[in-house]
Design a protein around this ligand. Sequence first.
Ligand code: PMP
Length: 380
Amino acid sequence: MIYLDNAATTFPKPQSVRRAASNAAMTAANPGRSGYDMALAASQQIYRCRVKAAEMFGADSPDNVIFTPGCTYSCNMVIKGILGSGGHAVVSDMEHNAVMRPLKALESRGVTFTAARVSENNDETLANFRDALKSGTKLVICTHASNVWGIRLPVERIAAMCREYGIPMMIDAAQSAGVLDINAKESGLDFVCMAGHKGLYGPMGTGILIAQKPELLSTIIEGGTGSSSMSLAMPELPPDRFESGTPNFTGIAALSAGLDFVKRIGTARIHEHEIKLLTALYDRLEKNSSVTLYTSRPDLRSSTGVLSFNVKNHDSEEVAAYLNRRAGIAVRAGLHCAPMAHAHFGTQSGGAVRAAPSYFTTSAEISALSRAIGDLTAGR
Ligand code: PMP
């Protein structure tokens, strides 16, 4: 199989991640609950991952690192925490349903939102965000990189604008964590939502929320934390306040190895590798008059490792099925849980075919994809 669906989840995972997952599954007791050696060792292992994540993403302290089951959960925590009692939000028009569905669900509580159009020109994008602000805007949300088009958004500049107005800013870093540098403190990003299982090379079921302003959030689930157990109320302080129930120890232990992997290779090298592969793919697809490309040629400054396209007279799902059948190539077609991002380029009815490499993808695999598309358009 040629796996090009890394925007959904990375595969394969590094050896070290697989090893950490299997060791953790064999050797752990419930962390944070008891004082015997095996439970303490598990707590310490989780704490070490918190410290690593705080360093990597510029959190004020390890306590600002909250482990979640994924980016969807991280987004829900921020959106429901800040907008639970109503208010207005500004989003980009590239957001995933992990952002849009919680917002929509809150409409019954008086939440409204405005989508700011993303432009290839960052000045224009910034102006569109500014124009969308209202007096009751309580939160600005922006994806760091589109999961459909690989477009990078100027989140640091949007965060600086939010600071001018005193509005909290959340970024959806599902597609950028592990590929682009993120420093919450330096960039003034109040909330950074991440998946652990994509560019951080951890297992599915892991996610991180960097909450620089945890005091603005309320809990969305409550339960045991192993701390302040006499009180029926949730602990006041993070991370316990936001981490009820037995943690996903196996996942966090493996995610920790994923963070080590990313640190060892370096985000710049990972990003360069993916963009190099995608520019090669872009150049070959561009020569095929039966292929429709929507975005500019990928480059480091404005893109991440995702390229979506269509083949004329073929439904995107049909193309994905052909690639799977003919060449064992795994890509994702359809709407990628981001209908607004598709509407941006007019692909909301049929979707598009998305190719997403990882650090482990080779040039030969990318060539196999462009060859298979050539076969399809030549009627073979
Ligand atoms: N946001 C974006 C931009 C994504 O690509 C995804 C994953 N498809 C998510 C949020 C949701 O992440 P998870 O599946 O980890 O909850």
